[in-house]
Design a protein around this ligand. Structure first.
Ligand code: SF4
Length: 698
């Protein structure tokens, strides 16, 4: 009943990278309900998370006071630990005491072991302003570039390929452009589950006549809208894409004029894929040669075509190669730079684009300026009035390895839950347990916070002012709708207090001050003032003028590389790091469900979402279950070389025989106890989408 509402506050959904705009309906300082707003990426639509995913904000387990670990309590994930009652392991402290212990512990490590001994994980749940402050603290306070976040586990390989080939890591066109495309190729993504409102645009496009082509080892709900849905063998992406490229070249379906005007390296691509005929690749990728030709012809002969991809492409040890192939496809056919064309890695988190742009990445400064470039570094040294290290920092998994190796001794983790999200959790958790000093800033005593020395109670998204940037490069304004509970504080304030202890003398009074500084260091935010965000709610970058809209489709004339040309970067098929064998004959793949977000800390504390999907399940084909002698609902055990979990089995006709899918949101059956930490050499992303496992009846 809207008449009983106290106030309405416009903001953005805190979950996925679609960035749906919404309105909180507030009653008695609580969210009564949420409605979709007419934002550019959602046009009033919301999915089940955006509508029902907010109970976590006022959950009884929400942290409202700083906590300090009690002396003598071991640092480990303790199965008897009750996160709703953390005081058994921790004691409450004042902010003064907690900040003092937090910062002094970190400073003491720096003094004893040197400036490379500290590291920071931020989160794509941070606003742009929080991300900026956090990376600035690590670079100027810790004195290194050991700052990373969940982009490393998400699209780091896509960004590496896009940077290399196009000179920019962001999408070349929004997903709304699908409405203008003749062909939309979806590969390694499952938008109906992971980007549900983007999926509605694909459905809309299909209904209006756009041809949808889906390439994936798994089936999905959008198959019903596809002209062609092709399942290929897991981990053989490059083989399939090279065969498609070979057909395009052999049948002269490429765009010669576009290639001549806008690219370099086509000859080396030609040579590289010459032997990858459909007949030669068919057995490896499990797709009939004629079907491969069909895919190639449909994509190449379309006037306007787009490619969308997700973690199925990026989360492999050959993830960067996978993305290089997709970029080659678009360049060969001239499918970028015009409306209805483009390359679009669908971003996972609501602010993974913005947190990356703002510099929460170890090898680059904000706006992807390489740390090793003295001239670019000097600009930030001047802006921050501090010398910066010239050595790129460590990535997420490398930081865990460095803890084991004894070179990193202290960490500050904001909003990230590596004790659930990192691959090979036994290794990651052992690393967290080894840290001499760990400061965690979060909403709950997460699995990671259970290893902390100090836990700082942070702010939830509906309590924050700030900006976020979605998958379409739309910078959007989030607004605080609720007061902070108890003594919880805004994240920017907490980071600033830690910085003050490091002697950095920051004096920001509001995220707006931070945004003003970001505009000095980030050309991508040119002409997108805070006032403009306040007024318009959403502005796409790059933006040519204060009074002009941002550019939805980029690279019409030139690419941001030397000479203005994009580069083809050929790739060769490589096997997965850990192929299946007689001992471990089944492919384990992991990911999200529609109802649950990442490590579950928010959605499993939201009543409706928890009611929809309360328990951990492993999804398999009926044939696979029959072979195991397990009935749906019965327990099965999954074992890899790194760990074992037991959970209920579910029949899923979309999963091929020989594969099992496990969501990673459930602490009681943590999928990442099983996953392989082997890294892609360029993107440094682990192979979450392929591990060899063994299934047994419990
Ligand atoms: Fe939120 Fe994404 Fe759902 Fe939109 S599609 S409501 S941004 S989770």
């Amino acid at each position: 009943d809207s008449s009983s509402i106290d106030k309405q506050v416009d903001s953005v959904c805190p979950y996925c990278g679609v960035g749906c705009q919404l309105t909180y309906q507030i009653k008695n300082d609580a969210i009564a309900y949420v409605e979709g707003r007419n934002g550019p990426s959602n046009q009033n639509r919301l999915c089940v998370k955006g509508r029902f995913g907010f109970d976590y904000v006022r959950h009884p387990a929400r942290l409202t006071k700083p906590l300090l670990r009690k002396p003598g309590v071991p640092k480990a994930l303790d199965p008897s630990f009750d996160p709703a009652n953390p005081l058994s392991h921790f004691r409450e402290a004042s902010w003064d005491e907690a900040l003092d212990v937090a910062a002094k512990g970190l400073m003491d490590i720096k003094a004893r072991y040197g400036s490379q001994s500290l590291a920071g994980f931020g989160s794509a749940k941070c606003s742009n302003e929080e991300a900026w402050l956090f990376q600035k603290l690590v670079r100027t306070g810790f004195g290194n570039h050991n700052v990373d976040h969940c982009t490393r586990l998400c699209h780091a390989s896509s960004v590496a390929a896009l940077m290399e080939c196009l000179g920019s890591g962001a999408v070349t066109a929004s997903f709304m452009q699908a409405l203008d495309a003749d062909v939309v190729m979806l590969t390694g993504c499952n938008p109906a589950v992971n980007h549900p409102v983007a999926a509605t645009f694909f459905k809309q496009a299909a209904k209006a006549g756009t041809e949808i082509i889906i390439l994936d080892p798994r089936g999905q709900a959008l198959d019903a809208y596809a002209s062609l849905s092709v399942r290929f063998s897991p981990g053989t992406d490059v083989a399939l894409f090279n065969a498609i490229l070979q057909v395009i070249i052999a049948e002269s379906l490429y765009d010669e004029a576009y290639i001549a005007a806008h690219t370099e390296g086509f000859e080396s691509l030609k040579q590289s894929v010459a032997g990858s005929t459909p007949e030669a690749m068919s057995e490896l990728c499990g797709v009939e040669p004629e079907l491969i030709r069909d895919i190639a012809r449909r994509y190449a002969t379309a006037d306007k075509a787009m490619i969308f991809w997700g973690m199925g492409i990026s989360q492999h040890t050959h993830g960067t190669d996978n993305a290089r192939c997709l970029i080659s496809l678009a360049l060969a056919c001239g499918h970028t730079g015009r409306p209805g064309t483009g390359l679009h890695p669908l971003r996972g988190q609501n602010n993974v684009q913005g947190a990356s742009d703002a510099g929460m990445i170890p090898m680059v400064l904000p706006d992807y300026q390489p740390v090793g470039d003295a001239q670019l570094r000097a600009a930030f040294e001047e802006l921050w009035n501090t010398p910066l290290s010239d050595q790129p920092g460590l990535t997420v998994v490398e930081i865990m390895d460095a803890i084991h190796a004894g070179s990193v001794h202290g960490m500050y983790i904001v909003g990230e839950n590596p004790a659930m999200s990192d691959p090979d959790l036994h290794h990651a958790r052992a690393a967290l347990g080894k840290l001499e000093h760990l400061v965690v800033q979060d909403l709950f005593v997460t699995e990671t916070a259970q290893f902390a020395d100090v836990i700082l109670p942070a702010s939830a998204w509906p309590e924050k002012d700030g900006s976020v940037t979605n998958t379409n490069r739309q910078v959007q304004r989030g607004r605080a709708a609720l007061p902070l509970p108890g003594e919880a504080k805004p994240d920017w304030w907490i980071i600033q207090e830690i910085a003050k202890h490091f002697g950095l003398g920051w004096r920001y009074t509001h995220p707006q001050d931070v945004y003003a500084e970001m505009q000095q260091g980030m050309a991508s935010l040119n002409h997108i003032s805070w006032e403009r965000l306040e007024r318009e709610g959403s502005v796409t970058y790059p933006c040519p003028a204060e009074d002009a809209p941002g550019q939805d489709v980029v690279f019409s004339d030139a690419f941001p590389r030397a000479g203005g040309r994009a580069a083809f970067s050929p790739a060769r098929p490589l096997p997965p790091d850990e192929p299946v064998d007689d001992d471990y004959p089944t492919v384990l793949t992991t990911g999200r469900q529609l109802e649950h977000w990442h490590t579950g800390s928010m959605t499993r504390r939201s009543r409706v979402l928890d009611a929809l999907e309360p328990d951990a399940v492993a999804s398999l084909s009926s044939g696979e279950l029959h072979r195991l002698g397990v009935a749906p609902g019965e327990k099965l055990t999954i074992t890899t070389r790194r760990g074992t979990i037991t959970l209920a089995a579910r029949v899923d006709s979309k999963i091929p025989d020989g594969m099992v899918f496990v969501p990673f949101a459930y602490a009681e059956a943590a999928a990442n106890l099983l996953t392989n930490p082997a890294l892609d050499p360029d993107g440094k992303i682990p192979e979450f989408k392929y591990a060899a496992c063994r299934l047994t009846k419990e």
